[in-house]
Ligand binder design. Structure first.
Ligand SMILES: NC(=O)c1ccc[n+]([C@@H]2O[C@H](COP(=O)([O-])OP(=O)(O)OC[C@H]3O[C@@H](n4cnc5c(N)ncnc54)[C@H](OP(=O)(O)O)[C@@H]3O)[C@@H](O)[C@H]2O)c1
Length: 300
């Protein structure tokens, strides 16, 4: 009988892969909390395809307290997951938040019933091929990174023996900002231009991106991230090696007319900049334009 009760909230690309991998460990008792039921999750990884039976709940009032919640909604949907968290969480629960951006603790703790909140940086690519079919691709290094400490060890143990590799770091804030720096150019620029990463081979887009990055680097340093003087140029160079045909989640959400995760990305830079009295006009421009797109997509 599996010992650790785990609920995965949000069964998209990231949550689907997390639920599939966690289900592969006999020590985990996994329940998925989604908006529509599935009985079997098809999981593609490298050359293998596995069909994994999965208990799914679609009504928050059917949920019971668990040891771990793995929260995998987009950042802007965290508040809509509050009814799930209210039923799943007690002060003994830990909520691991697998979302882009920063400020996971502030975003989720108000809904978590006194549970501990563990932020996680997601490095793997999780693609939802159908509502019951996901694919895991490893990008590089660890698949998930969490701050070093006792919770990190317990979190890593959940994925032991599964394809997901969990790392931990004392430099978590720095890694969080490095990931955010990629997202503050990749997502808004592909969404606004409705073009994939090949758009970054244009000189004018590179100049704009560098200026957005330099603003964000200054804010990250003020927030305590150990970012280099030439961090913006390093990120830009790294970026030009990405496949030009790849899209971003904001690009796909924009094309599909869905709300956008802009508040958690450029919005987080603008918010932190305000705290430190740093001017970030380009990040504010990205935020303003894409908030308007997102609101229109949400029907507001
Ligand atoms: N995908 C990647 O490769 C990747 C990589 C790095 C980081 N990330 C980050 O990881 C996070 C998750 O991304 P994702 O790509 O997995 O997003 P996604 O595919 O859009 O999945 C989000 C899921 O959350 C569900 N959801 C939203 N509100 C809910 C609620 N109240 N109750 C239950 N389910 C709810 C959605 O349900 P519906 O299907 O019903 O809308 C959807 O299935 C984001 O912060 C993203 O930026 C993603």
């Amino acid at each position: 009988m599996a010992g650790r009760k785990i609920a995965v909230v949000g069964l998209g690309g990231i949550g689907g892969v997390a639920a599939a991998c966690l289900s592969l460990s006999p020590e985990n008792d996994v329940t998925a909390c989604a908006r529509r039921p599935i009985e079997t999750l098809t999981f593609d990884h490298e050359n293998d395809r596995t069909h994994i039976p999965l208990r799914t709940l679609i009504e928050p009032h059917h949920a019971e307290p668990v040891d771990w919640v793995i929260l995998c909604t987009k950042a802007q949907d965290s508040a809509s997951a509050a009814p799930w968290l209210a039923n799943l969480c007690t002060p003994e629960t830990t909520v691991a938040v697998l979302q882009n951006g920063i400020g996971h603790q502030e975003r989720v703790a108000p809904f978590a019933n006194g549970a501990a909140v563990l932020p996680a940086i997601v490095y793997y690519n999780g693609e939802r091929l159908a509502h019951d079919h996901v694919r895991l691709r490893h990008i590089r290094g660890h698949d998930l990174l969490v701050p070093q400490g006792p919770l990190a060890e317990r979190f890593a143990a959940l994925f032991k023996g599964t394809p997901i590799d969990v790392g931990s770091s004392e430099q978590f804030v720095t890694y969080q900002w490095r990931k955010l720096l990629i997202n503050v150019i990749a997502n808004p620029i592909t969404a606004l231009t409705r073009q994939r990463l090949g758009i970054f081979h244009r000189k004018d887009i590179q100049d704009l991106s560098l200026a957005i990055l330099k603003e964000a680097v200054a804010v990250g340093r003020a927030e305590g991230a150990d970012l280099n003087e030439n961090e913006a140029e390093t990120i830009m160079a790294l970026f030009l090696n990405y496949p030009p045909e790849a899209g971003t989640s904001m690009y796909f959400d924009c094309l599909a007319g869905r709300p956008l995760e802009i508040e958690a990305l450029n919005g987080a830079v603008v918010e932190a900049a305000r705290r430190h009295g740093i001017a970030v006009p380009l990040n504010l421009t990205m935020l303003t334009l894409l908030k308007a797109v997102s609101d229109a997509n949400a029907g507001n």
